[in-house]
Ligand binder design. Structure first.
Ligand SMILES: Nc1ncnc2c1ncn2[C@@H]1O[C@H](COP(=O)(O)OP(=O)(O)O)[C@@H](O)[C@H]1O
Ligand SMILES: [Mg+2]
Length: 345
């Protein structure tokens, strides 16, 4: 991966290598995140997609070292601005969270404290890191600036969460996330559980925040259509594995991994009505994944090689990798046949 860094001369702000996270259960470990590697570049928006339970939130919590028991990081390397996160002390981690890397957790808007005014919740975040703020006017100005960045009116300053709409609450959470000027923001399902119009407003807010503050952004979601409109690259996870990472144009023009292809095919289109594609097949027990390729039980192109050898990420274009044997050089002919068969079907 360091080769890639040198070649395109882009700055990597977050570098995750071979991260593996398990949850211990009486029946054995659930492999939630299985040796994933990816980079986030300066100023980039990366969409992290995949079906529910594939390990997106666990990845986010892992990066922040917030995995709770019975979860644990088995191994991996996480670097933010070249600083080793896994080697940090509790004190270093406390500073690192929110100031370097902020997470807007899944369901954050529903965990705002119902008995506290919006201003006090934001002040808590600021004071927890910067200590008691003496200049109350300056603090208020700072919060108004945050409101402006996320498109909230100043009148909510003294309000309680129940007085705000879902979209507003979500923007309060974004405001809290950026309150300490982090260089990386991870928004976990920030647009889920909102109606489509509000989803778009929240998505646009994230992009505006990114542009105004120059942060790098990871947007976790499962709506490929919505993500496509706001991200630069898409990282596709399946059952704890990273199966493809690609610039958004490539994903839509030419999705490579059979699972990415199914995801793209299942995006509804009004212009071109077609039967809904369902990602069918057998799902495996997350404590006991199949040998070889994790997707092979659901893959229409799988052959015996896929059962014996695990596919490794192959770089197919700039910032585009795919983990599928169809893209191994030695199987070029098989690839041609596989896709000829799909187009004819
Ligand atoms: N506390 C837990 N105990 C056991 N398994 C868990 C726990 N939390 C999550 N998991 C499992 O880890 C996997 C990944 O979960 P998660 O990261 O929440 O996925 P996503 O965010 O993509 O929906 C799932 O199989 C889930 O069942
Ligand atoms: Mg999740």
């Amino acid at each position: 991966m360091s080769e890639q860094k040198k070649r395109d001369n882009d700055t990597v702000v977050l570098d995750v290598e071979k991260l593996r996270i398990h949850y211990g259960t009486p029946a054995g470990d659930v492999i939630a995140v299985s040796d994933i590697s990816f980079q986030l570049y300066q100023g980039e928006t990366l969409g992290l997609v995949g079906e529910s339970g594939c390990g997106k939130s666990t990845t986010a919590y892992g990066i922040l070292q917030l995995i709770q028991h019975p979860g644990y990081i088995v191994h991996g390397e996480i670097k933010v601005d070249d600083e080793d996160v896994l080697g940090m002390t509790e004190e270093e981690l406390r500073k690192f969270r929110w100031t370097k890397l902020a997470l807007i957790p899944q369901g954050a808007m529903n965990s705002l404290n119902p008995t506290m005014r919006i201003k006090d919740q934001i002040i808590d975040v600021i004071e927890a890191h910067e200590g008691k703020q003496k200049d109350k006017e300056a603090l208020k100005e700072r919060i108004f600036e945050l409101f402006q960045t996320v498109g909230l009116p100043n009148r909510i300053y003294n309000m309680y969460p129940h007085e705000l709409s879902g979209g507003m609450k979500q923007r309060v959470c974004i405001a809290m996330g950026i309150a300490l000027n982090p260089s990386v923001v991870i928004a976990d399902e920030a647009t889920s559980a909102l109606d489509v119009v509000v989803q778009r407003i929240v998505a646009q807010t994230l992009i505006k925040v990114k542009d105004m503050l120059g942060v790098s952004l990871i947007v976790i979601g499962h709506d490929m259509g919505l993500l496509a409109q706001i991200v630069d690259r898409i990282a596709v996870m399946y059952a704890g594995k990273m199966v493809e990472i690609a610039p958004v144009e490539n994903v839509f023009a030419d999705p490579l991994h059979p699972y990415t292809q199914l995801l793209i095919d299942s995006i509804p289109s009004i212009k071109e009505r077609k039967p809904l594609k369902i990602v069918e097949g057998i799902t495996h027990d997350p404590r006991n994944p199949p040998s070889g390729c994790i997707f092979r039980l659901r893959c229409q192109h799988a052959w015996d090689h896929c059962a014996s050898v695990e596919p490794q990420p192959i770089q197919v274009a700039d910032k585009h990798t795919v983990a599928c044997h169809l893209y191994d050089e030695q199987f070029e002919e098989r690839r041609a046949n596989a896709f000829a068969a799909t187009t004819n079907s």
